[in-house]
Design a protein around this ligand. Sequence first.
Ligand code: GLN
Length: 311
Amino acid sequence: MKMLCQSSEELNELVMEAKACTKHGKVADYIPALAKSNQHDLSVAIHYPDGRCVSAGNVGKKFTLQSVSKVISLALVLMDWGPEYVFEHVGMEPTGDPFNSIIKLETIAPSKPLNPMINAGALVVTHMIKGKTIEERFQRLLAFVRELANENTIHYCEDVASSEFETAYLNRSLCYFLKQHNAINEDIEQLMDLYTKQCAIEMNCLDLARIGVVFAMDGVDLFTGKQVIPVDIARICKTFMVTCGMYNASGEFAIKIGIPAKSGVSGGIMGAVPGRYGIGIFGPALDEKGNSIAGIKLLELLSKNYKLSMF
Ligand code: GLN
């Protein structure tokens, strides 16, 4: 069995097959700006550690990271504070609930969200990003994203950030709940400003695959030889991607595909195949759990064809 996809033609065949299911999905519209996405888009890039990249679909198309950013903010905060401090404030257990659910905060741990991949946990993580001002904290995160992607032009989409900022009533509720229980002690509007900019960081699937390969190679940027994420932190992030990265579909995803991956409601998925390569996918039509429907189909095909599962 082949372990590598050698050409864009080979990848394109899989994209065409996966694309058929975009018609069964729906683009996210609870963030109004995301409703403008094209339901039938599907693009993918695979980045190998030696710098080679194969891609298919409209790979230049940009999208916002949304929940994919949660892995990156977690890595930054773990580097800022160390795992011991961070895990006093956010847990390590999957919830089995939708990403924006509030229920376990109330019934299990009001001041400590169960994991950093659900919104409640990600908001606590963003709250922990070091810096004197919101602007400084955002610029630190953005600089880290640019370093991981090796792409200095990456920015955030103002339209998507303000669209989410204006409508994020549920995320504000989570924040106020957490503030009530002393898990957050900053101004909520400020935190929402930072969080919505974080989620609106914009790139294409080539950039996302490039970030994926850094995680896949234990935090080493093989182009520069630099350890951009410490090994233990890259390992923690990949473990969360396996246990909670695909929301409440993470168990099924681990069985069917078997790689660390993180999705976002814009339709992005970042995959990190340990020791082998990074995958960036953009397919905005979502299934009922909020994962890219064609993206998951494509990963199923890739996993079957190239034996991706780590289990
Ligand atoms: N910005 C989005 C939100 O907080 C991210 C959620 C997601 O991608 N699942 O609702």
